[in-house]
Design a binder for this molecule. Structure first.
Ligand code: GLN
Length: 251
């Protein structure tokens, strides 16, 4: 049987904060289950394969993001993959690119790939930067989501888009003042969480893998692999967390 394939899309321009690690996490979680898996990296000069199992887009600065959207606009492979409902994770700039349109800090408005019913415009004031926690709002996720956000854009959801989560504390999430974070539309999950988000939120990784491949065998994390989930960190560094913070993290 051919290996399960995770496609990492244009990490040269969409690779902020280790977002490429999301592809490695997906492949590793399959291998830990005894399922053969490979990461196919799509570089600037490569065509996006249409037949992979999961697609991963990361974040990027405004200029890099504009390059990426122009490069992907005519990608038949990505279009076919999304048309057939291939599970896709899009982080930050990746999220913005898959929306209807985004406007960057200098006021340039760019058409997106129109796969998510969202539009992004520059937010007022300071960039939205910091560690964030959020309660998931989608079926199949119950663990607190954790991540690191750093974005200037604020993203409004249209009627065909659902939020991924609701942020706690000082988190901005989509930046629209309603505490909503990320977006789910069709087979695409978009989020402002870097981290990389799938290393810190393995439940989300397994949700994408299950959507791609069906029910998965149980997974035993090999000994010595530290957990960077909210629950794992709270359990490991319990003395550094207030009991209340640890409880909120579910530990
Ligand atoms: N350039 C976008 C913004 O600032 C995305 C940033 C990112 O991917 N970290 O909103």
């Amino acid at each position: 049987m051919s290996p399960a394939t995770i496609v990492l899309v244009l990490p040269e321009v969409l690779g902020t904060y280790g977002d490429a690690g999301n592809a490695a996490v997906l492949a590793t979680r399959l291998r830990w289950r005894g399922i053969d898996a490979e990461v196919r990296t799509v570089g600037w000069d490569d065509a996006v394969p249409a037949d992979a199992d999961v697609y991963v887009l990361g974040g990027g600065e405004d200029a890099a993001q504009m390059l990426a959207v122009e490069r992907l606009r005519d990608s038949a492979g990505l279009r076919h993959a999304l048309d057939r409902g291939a599970p896709t994770l899009a982080v930050c700039a990746g999220l913005q690119i898959l929306g209807r349109a985004f406007t960057v800090a200098d006021g340039t408005r760019v058409a997106g790939l129109d796969r998510l019913d969202v539009e992004t415009v520059p937010g007022r004031g300071a960039r939205r930067i910091g560690d964030v926690t959020a309660d998931p709002l989608v079926d199949g996720l119950s663990e607190l989501l954790v991540g690191f956000e750093n974005h200037g854009g604020v993203t409004s959801l249209g009627p065909d888009a659902a939020p991924l989560a609701r942020v706690r504390g000082n988190g901005a999430g989509n930046g629209t003042g309603d505490r909503l974070e990320g977006v789910v539309g069709g087979s695409v999950v978009g989020t402002y969480f870097h981290g990389p988000v799938l290393a810190r939120n393995p439940e989300l990784a397994d949700l994408l893998l299950t959507r791609a491949l069906g029910d998965l065998p149980p997974l035993e994390v090999p000994e010595g692999v530290p957990s960077s989930t909210a629950r794992g960190l709270a359990a490991r560094f319990r003395d550094r967390f207030s009991p209340d913070a640890a409880r909120r993290a579910g530990a």
